[in-house]
Design a protein around this ligand. Structure first.
Ligand SMILES: [Zn+2]
Length: 530
């Protein structure tokens, strides 16, 4: 067969590319990486083209480049527990001394990473040596360069300033994206605002089981609980007089999901303080783990949203693709199946991340059919409001079932806390969706329900006519027994942050005046200084 040698060469090089993921991800579970089918096919395709390149010098340069990048990725991932970010790559070259020292001290556990890298390199070199006898294609090297250029070109054209890590993608996928973003943005340096570090003090934990439900696109002003005209939250409405329940108006940290999650879980406050997010010194998962909690993240959405959220401090996670079929069948109720199968420890911090009530709102109708709604087709605004309000009815139905589930699995010393990543515009001034820096987009609910547990958070919520995500994060940390002190805080001022935290940083300050939030002028700062 004419291409027999090409197949052998392809198999060897592909095996070299994927061996670290198979061994470190599937066998030893040192890394959280997996090899999805599309990655497998891309690697096979890329290796096949490599086998058709005639120049072995060219092949060695390509293999050497990928090996260096993968070596940085694998060591970083094994050490930090998460794939490397584009903005951290320069450290691999500037802090070589420190890395070398750390490597030596960790040799006892890192030898597997190094062994597998050596094997992987050996397989690829062996593959390249086989390439001599392969069928060659004159312009194969051009295809190789084009394939490698796809990511940098995408970053350049789309202007995506930052690579987002995906903790359960393959190492090669994360490496290609991180290094592409790094190459495109290598001149940009993060501006230093000279913020002071947070101080954390530890006490004894107050509640053993903390369940935080992070909603999606839910604005409090459309909920019956907060005075909306439609009876769309009958379950929450009934809890109003329950002594275990407390609720107030919330203000999210951002108008965007990705930025909002990073800000919330890192308890970020000051505009442009991206160093805090990178260092994760006040990361809620980290603080919980520090205090002996087992940490969980159960999400109905993709893993790409959890960039910089602190996945390295999460013991158990489940994303959309882990429950894809049942999420389609049952909507977010599929999350209860995941929850009931979890093995809990003595103390647990569980984050449940919802997909509902994301647009299109009518999508949720099939999981909670409408009996009769005044379906208005008069205007987009009325129609959307009806659908949105109905999606909130589905949410209330989901919350009722969730409470039953949690009472069953964690019947003692448990607190359930709810907020949404951001709110939503539903026709105000003819505007829809989120991402716009407007007060409606940061209007979210905040409530807590205790199940035979300390009511300190409930008491706090009851005294706050408005509670920001930043305030809520600090209160959640207190439940773990971790007190966060931010020396950069002005007690009268809070901030809403825009969609982009790493380049065109937009923020809007707000003040708490007589129990209401007064929003000030939108301002812009350049975080990335060339
Ligand atoms: Zn969202």
């Amino acid at each position: 067969m004419a291409f027999k040698q090409n197949f052998i060469c392809t198999a060897l090089i592909s095996l070299g590319f994927l061996l670290p993921d198979w061994y470190l991800g599937y066998c030893t579970k040192m890394l959280s990486c997996t090899v999805p089918i599309n990655t497998l096919l891309s690697v096979l395709g890329f290796s096949m083209i490599l086998s058709m390149v005639k120049s072995r010098k060219f092949l060695f340069v390509i293999i050497a480049g990928i090996t260096i990048a993968q070596s940085i990725q694998l060591n970083h991932w094994a050490y930090f527990g998460a794939p490397i970010n584009s903005q951290d790559i320069h450290k691999a070259f500037t802090e070589l001394d420190e890395i070398f020292q750390t490597g030596i001290s960790l040799a006892g556990s890192f030898w597997q990473v190094w062994l597998i890298q050596s094997l992987s390199l050996f397989l690829m070199i062996f593959g390249v040596l086989q390439a001599k006898k392969c069928r060659h294609f004159r312009f194969a090297w051009v295809i190789v360069l084009l394939a490698l250029a796809v990511n940098p070109i995408l970053f350049y054209v789309k202007g995506t300033p930052l690579f987002h890590t995906k903790p359960i993608s393959s190492t090669i996928h994360n490496t290609l994206r991180a290094f592409s973003s790094w190459l495109v943005n290598s001149q940009a340096k993060i501006h230093n605002f000279h913020y002071k570090s947070y101080q954390i003090t530890y006490h004894s934990p107050k509640v053993k089981n903390i369940v935080l439900i992070m909603g999606e696109s839910l604005s409090s002003r459309y909920m019956q609980l907060y005075g909306y005209k439609n009876p769309n939250t009958p379950f929450l409405e009934k809890l109003k007089n329950d002594p275990n329940f407390a609720y107030t108006k919330g203000i999210s940290s951002s108008v965007d999901t990705l930025a909002g999650l990073q800000l919330f879980f890192n308890n970020a406050h000051n505009p442009g303080f991206t160093e805090l997010i990178q260092k994760k010194s006040a990361n809620l998962f980290r603080l919980a783990r520090n205090q002996g909690y087992k940490t969980f993240l159960i999400s109905a959405q993709g893993e790409g949203l959890f960039h910089e959220v602190g996945t390295q401090f999460i013991d158990v996670y489940s994303f959309k693709k882990d429950a894809l079929k049942s999420l389609k069948e049952k909507g977010d109720e599929a999350l209860f199946d995941v929850l009931t199968k979890l093995n809990f420890d003595e103390k647990n911090f569980i984050v449940i991340h919802l997909r509902h009530i994301h647009e299109p709102y009518s999508y949720w109708e099939k999981y909670f059919p409408v009996l009769e709604t005044n379906k208005s087709t008069d205007s987009r605004e009325l129609q959307t409001r009806n659908e949105y309000s109905h999606a909130i009815s589905y949410h209330d139905h989901w919350v009722a079932q969730c409470m039953t589930c949690i009472k069953k699995i964690l019947p003692n010393d448990t607190i359930v806390i709810f907020t949404s990543d951001h709110g939503q515009l539903v026709g105000e001034d003819g505007l829809f969706g989120h991402n716009l820096m407007r007060s409606e987009v940061v209007d979210v609910p905040v409530w807590a329900y205790t199940i035979n547990a300390d009511k300190c958070l409930n008491n706090y919520i009851k005294t706050q006519p408005v509670c920001s995500h930043y305030d809520l994060g600090k209160q959640i940390a207190k439940l773990f027994g971790a007190e966060i002190f931010n020396p950069n805080e002005n007690p009268n001022l809070q901030f809403i942050h825009g969609t982009e935290l790493h380049t065109n940083y937009v923020f809007m300050p707000w003040e708490k005046i007589n129990g209401t939030a007064k929003f000030l002028q939108i301002e812009q700062i350049g975080v990335a200084a060339k």
